[in-house]
Design a protein around this ligand. Sequence first.
Ligand SMILES: [Zn+2]
Length: 321
Amino acid sequence: MPALLALALAGCAANPPARELAMPRTYAHGIGGATFLIGGTFVPGRSPDGNSLILYGPEGAFLIDSGRHADHLTAIRQGFSGIGMTPMAIVNTHWHLDHASGNPALKAEHPGIKVYGTSAIDAALTGFLANSAEASRKALAEGAIPASAVPDVEGDLATIARGAELRPDVTVREGGDLVIAGRPLSLRVANHAVTESDLWIYDAAEKRAIVGDLVTMPVPFLDTACPEGWLAALDAVAASGTEQVVPGHGPILTMAEFGAWKSAFGDFIACARGTGALETCSAGWLTGAKPFLMGDKRAKGMADYYGELIRSGKLDGYCRA
Ligand SMILES: [Zn+2]
């Protein structure tokens, strides 16, 4: 999730204590198939880290998404040292700062790393991220940011200042099969979904789809999304033959769970695109996505925010080619 919503959330007075959130573990744990998950956290008052994964093959190990905060990066480093390997590549599902901020530090530590990603970061650097940085600097200058959120905002500003270093070494345009670290994978491109162009990874050997923010909890993070393109990308995931889905935020889903999340997402978009009261849309999300809210009491406020964002038409530009 980008910085601006994080600011809005940081201002919420009713943040629940952390113990109420059933958050995934942050340290790397094996999920089968030479794959480790480093669960992202979303602590009240702070901005989130996306999930990261470490995969290894006969020729080495690589990372999918590099998180935002220093403690998440520490967990990634511990994951690699735990298997006695160093990262030789990073695959970024998308450019959001909770998925790509660790890139520069890891590349500095391991100069051989090649980053795979789409070119969507280019437009984001001069558009969304530049605007976000300007708004953040203004809010900081005006003292409008709660003290607890200032380190996150300053961290994002530092990352945006080095934004060019988030750009991929290998730009993925079409997707397709490739081999990283001796391990065959299929990279799938979803255009006009969470961002202008997202990647998701299908690991056919494990029948596992690693989908980045095409699935997020406790709500879909729609800040830079084309809602209809996102829905089409979920259809592609459903048709891939996968037997499990690793979201960008939240625990691993069975296909029945993925179907329920997708259905709640589709209903939320249709409702927000309609003309009825927006509260109905949030209420529908809270009911349909109940198993995925993880007890997070922020879900309603966030669903209200994103429903309004869809209804306002502000996201429609993300649907244009
Ligand atoms: Zn994310």
